[in-house]
Design a protein around this ligand. Structure first.
Ligand SMILES: [Fe+2]
Ligand SMILES: [Fe+2]
Length: 194
């Protein structure tokens, strides 16, 4: 089976109803897709992996189930092992080698997408005008988006061999086109409200 975007979205939305989890999936898809284009890789495959990486989180909300118990479901649905392997590799507790560019990118985009999204939510212009330096400042405030693992954000940039500023700028650029789907305001909204 070819893991198309439609197939992955269909699987994701069958198991996931929460708006915040769907937005997380979309944000990671956009960031991973951005890097797929940058690296000349298969954007649809990478995007499908990103959409699916937390597909079972609603039914398996603890680490003794997520994501490992989701793997047999994906296998049953006919996803190739390449997809399943990459999905599993995002979980720190499984200690799987991140030995492909896709696995590195998924890991690097997972926590940071959520963090950049959170930064956008508290700004009247959303992601528009958001600078990497203010994202880095917020990373140093433990109470802001406290659920985001800072160590994984730093480790992800390192794994991708990108400067943190550049990685943050890339994720901001990746999320801007889907700002509406992520429930973010834009510079345009704040102008029309003025
Ligand atoms: Fe996860
Ligand atoms: Fe995730």
């Amino acid at each position: 089976m070819k893991p198309t975007r439609d197939r992955a979205w269909e699987t994701l939305t069958r198991y996931t109803k929460s708006e915040s989890l769907l937005r997380h999936a979309l944000a990671v898809e956009a960031s991973t897709g951005f890097y797929a284009r940058k690296f000349g890789e298969d954007e649809e495959l990478w995007g499908a992996v990103a959409l699916l990486h937390d597909f079972d989180y609603e039914i398996h909300p603890t680490l003794d189930e997520h994501p490992q118990d989701g793997a047999p479901i994906l296998r049953e649905e006919g996803y190739p092992e390449e997809v399943i392997d990459a999905v599993l590799s995002h979980a720190e507790h499984l200690n799987m080698p991140r030995d492909t560019q896709l696995k590195k990118t998924l890991f690097a985009c997972d926590e940071l997408s959520g963090f950049v999204h959170a930064c956008g939510l508290v700004r009247p212009t959303g992601l528009d005008g958001l600078e990497p330096k203010s994202v880095k400042k917020k990373l140093k405030q433990p109470s802001f988006a406290a659920g985001v693992h800072r160590d994984e954000v730093y480790a992800g940039a390192k794994l991708l061999e990108f400067d943190l500023d550049e990685h943050i700028a890339n994720v901001i650029a990746a999320l801007q086109p889907i700002a509406k789907e992520l429930g973010l305001r834009t510079a345009e909204d704040s102008q029309s409200a003025a």
